[in-house]
Write a protein that binds this ligand. Structure first.
Ligand code: HEC
Length: 791
């Protein structure tokens, strides 16, 4: 979790974007007026960019919230070069010159007009002034109250699950923002939304060249359908829990930062995250009508999860070095109770199993990172991460009314384990260098090494019960213990070549060797064993690709990836009194994956742009096992061993996107994609393991028409259908889904005065799922009215 994120940060250096290939001769010219940030630029950023580039979860780590943040750039490097708008990649992105980096992204906002690009260019050329020219104290506010009603006929719970909202009345503030400027260099901003079961409120105080304080709270509700599977031969063929399943997911935070010039940048933050409620799980239970038993009964889990997070970040530029230190401490608590049906005999009764789990842990991780541009062709960086986890928990699994279980089962055990303890400690080192470019060639080299040690300890009791609920045997305590030592080494190398006009070529390789020594032991209890397994794994990941745009109207990109990961197990020691078996007989496992992707974008005419894409993925899973003997029937009695192709997954996805702007007031965009996927598992002659094959089609279309100066019409339609089946009705779980989903929206927005805009929207939803026998079907209508006022 946190560990892998931190390791990704360590080795995360990568190539800057291929800025050299952008042909800037077609950029709209900079406007020649004197720019006033507050009137010319701020509203434009607010409308088109801040949805994705605000302080909170900024896409690509690029923030357009202050001059310093904007100049810092993001994952693609520096995006604004003050005084040089033609060399600023932000301008290349908004002018849609760089494929896949059009801003706002394709279909996620209205492209900027040439005039707007001209304003942004002039703003950059005039030195990226961030406060208004007037520099006077000012304040502004926007509020958008909304009210609406949704009527659903059919399965309301499926509607809630798919659209993350409830039927009936909804209303509140769709958006509010209050900006106050008590002095020219300080800002107080409060923003967010308050809707039914969906809240977000933030307060941000900021003073230039001093620091900031951010506070916020957000919470939203996620819904789950409460029906299980469908099995037509059974009556009834589907079951529902009749529960309102939902989980509230929230967080509250406070963050303080110092941004004194020539001082280290320091940030301290505290965050409280929580999830509370009841969710559906796929642990469907069996229903028995006397002739057949199928797993279709729905299951759920109550949960309450809390995490406290403390963060500390320090960034310091000194003597040409960039130093950073990040600490993150996480205290986590979980209580959950999972309830699923273990046996339902129609007409008699039900056996329910509850699994109660408590867990808490503390994980602390500190990353130290150092970077220096030694010469104009050498950037070097290194890092060290230390992390430590201490966790403890308990588990209790009990079955109620065991008399309703499958009569073939003689007794039901009850498991209880308290405590379960886990400790983990890791050290990760990394070093990397970015060399070049020389003659358009740049080279990336990196290495990362990790050592992790983990110890687990648990004590468990097992009771066995007679079908009538009488405990007849309590086994001695089982003591479980495991130790694992992991060491891993990885090396990465990448090449990028940009000397060919309008073309960039790249190739990357990442290799990782990992070895794990694992000891597992159980003493006492019913199934004592001692096992000692060494495993080594070898991962290879190669990628190569290109993008080219020989003419302004055409761009083509392609990529190929080959990924293999093989693990070899050496079972040094296995002492299992009852014979050898799972999993110590697996000697090798591997994933072999090939992936290819191509994309062609053509500006057919000034008003039509099309993009064609194709993705192809092919995975093979292989397993090799040792022969397994059975003390009774001799060597190979259970399995002769050997290698098999355990499974394959392949998928093909063509897609087509077209954007029409036949005249300035009309904007239309459609995207169509189709996927064919097939998963085949080694069946070993079992009819219940059948291939899972299917197709998904999706279509999205949206349009925007400016009727006049004051009125806009918008409409959108989305359709998706999938047909996945697994022919295993003969035995086991009925799997597969077939559905048709339509979402239609139509709206009108009208500016009624200088400061007020009214929007009316109508939405229609239709969902048809023949594979559930219609149990999940619904159709719904909604109308919403929203007023936006600016002060
Ligand atoms: C709907 C979300 C969205 C909107 C709106 C949006 N962007 Fe982006 N932006 C992204 C994403 C996602 C990326 C990362 C793209 C990638 O790396 O492939 C990005 C990347 C960028 C980058 C590169 C940052 C870096 O890593 O150096 C810049 C510059 C940028 N956006 C500018 C803008 C501007 C200017 C606007 C407004 C005109 C805007 N964006 C609107 C989502 C958005």
């Amino acid at each position: 979790m946190t560990l892998s994120v931190a390791s990704a940060v360590l080795i995360g250096a990568c190539f800057p974007s291929p800025g050299e290939t952008v042909d800037t001769s077609h950029l709209p010219p900079p406007s020649n007026k004197k720019i006033d940030f507050a009137t010319d630029i701020q509203p434009l950023l607010q409308r088109g960019c801040l949805k994705c580039h605000s302080d909170e979860k900024p896409r690509s780590h690029f923030r357009l919230t202050s001059r310093a943040a904007a100049l810092e750039g993001g994952e693609h490097g520096v995006d604004i070069v003050p005084g040089k708008s033609d060399q600023s990649s932000l301008i290349h992105y908004v002018a849609r010159l760089v494929p896949d980096l059009e801003m706002p992204p394709e279909g996620r906002g209205t492209p900027l007009t040439d005039d707007e690009i001209g304003l942004l260019r002039a703003w950059i050329d005039q030195g990226v002034v961030w406060t208004g020219a007037t520099n006077a104290s000012s304040s502004a506010a926007t509020v958008s109250p909304t009210v609406g009603w949704t009527g659903v006929s059919g399965d309301e719970k499926k509607f809630r699950e798919l659209y993350w909202q409830r039927e009936g009345w909804n209303g509140g503030l769709e958006e509010f923002q209050i900006i106050e400027k008590p002095t020219p260099d300080s800002t107080i901003t409060s923003a967010g939304h308050v809707l039914r079961d969906d809240y977000k409120i933030t307060l941000e105080l900021q003073k230039n060249d001093l620091g900031f304080a951010h506070f916020g709270w957000s919470q939203f509700r996620k819904y789950y359908d409460d029906t299980g599977g469908t099995y037509p031969p059974l009556t009834p063929s589907t079951f529902s829990l009749n529960q309102d399943l939902h989980v509230d997911d929230g967080r509250a935070w406070a963050e303080f930062g110092l941004t004194l010039p020539r001082w280290p940048e320091i940030q301290i933050g505290y965050e409280h995250q929580y999830r509370n409620g009841t969710e559906a799980t796929l642990q469907w239970g069996s229903v028995n009508d006397g002739t057949s038993s199928v797993k279709i009964y729905p299951a759920f889990k109550d949960l309450s999860e809390k995490t406290e997070i403390l963060k500390f970040n320090l960034n310091y530029d000194i003597g040409g070095f960039t130093l950073s230190d990040n600490f993150r401490g996480e205290w986590y608590r979980l209580y959950s109770q999972e309830v699923n049906d273990s046996g339902y005999i129609l007409g008699s009764g039900m056996a329910l199993t509850t699994a109660t789990e408590h867990q808490k842990y503390f994980q602390g991780a500190n990353t130290f990172h150092l970077e220096k541009q030694f010469t104009d062709w050498l950037l070097g960086s290194g890092g060290y991460l230390y992390s430590k986890l201490n966790s403890d928990g308990s588990l209790d699994v009990t079955t109620l009314n065991p008399q309703f279980l499958d009569p073939a089962l003689p007794f039901v055990p009850r498991y209880e384990s308290d405590p379960i303890q886990l400790e983990r400690e890791s050290h990760v080192f990394s070093l990397s260098a970015l060399l070049g470019p020389w003659q358009g060639l740049s080279l990336y080299l990196g290495t990362q090494n990790e050592w992790t040690r983990q110890t687990g300890l648990a004590t468990a009791q097992v009771w066995r019960t007679l079908p009538f609920g009488i405990y007849f045997f309590s086994a001695p305590d089982q003591n479980l213990h495991s130790d694992s030592d992991l060491s891993s080494f990885s090396e990465a190398v990448g090449l990028r070549f940009t000397k060919i006009p309008f073309t960039a070529l790249f190739a990357e390789a990442r290799l990782q060797q990992e070895s794990i020594g694992l000891t597992e032991e159980e003493d006492g209890g019913l199934t004592p064993f001692l096992r000692n397994t060494d495993s080594t794994s070898d991962l290879k990941d190669f990628r190569a690709g290109f993008n080219t745009s020989p003419w302004r109207r055409i761009s083509l990109s392609g990529q190929f990836r080959r990924y293999t990961d093989q693990t070899y197990y050496d079972n040094l020691f296995k002492e299992v009194p009852r014979g050898e078996g799972y999993p110590a007989f697996i000697s090798q496992r591997g994933i072999f994956s090939n992936e290819a992707e191509a994309k062609l974008a053509v500006q057919v005419s000034p008003w039509l742009k099309t993009t064609l894409g194709y993705q192809w993925l092919d995975n093979d899973y292989r397993t090799t096992t040792d022969p397994v003997s059975d003390p009774a029937s001799g060597p190979g009695g259970f399995s002769p061993g050997g290698g098999i192709l355990a499974g394959t997954y392949n998928a093909q996805t063509p897609s087509l996107n077209a954007t029409f702007t036949p005249w300035r007031r009309l904007f239309l965009s459609t995207t169509f994609s189709y996927q064919h996927a097939r998963t085949v598992t080694a069946a070993n002659n079992s009819p219940s393991v059948a291939p899972y094959v299917g197709d998904i089609y999706s279509l999205m279309a949206s349009g925007n028409y400016a009727l006049n100066e004051k009125t806009d019409l918008t409409a959108s339609y989305a359709f998706s259908t999938a047909d996945f089946t697994q022919q295993d009705l003969a035995q086991g779980l009925p799997l597969g889904i077939r559905y048709f989903q339509h979402t239609l929206m139509a709206g009108v927005r009208r500016q009624i005065s200088k400061t007020k805009t009214v929007a009316l929207q109508y939405r229609f939803y239709l969902y048809d799922e023949p594979s559930s026998g219609g149990a999940n079907n619904f159709d719904a209508h909604a109308i919403f009215a929203t007023l936006t006022c600016r002060f």
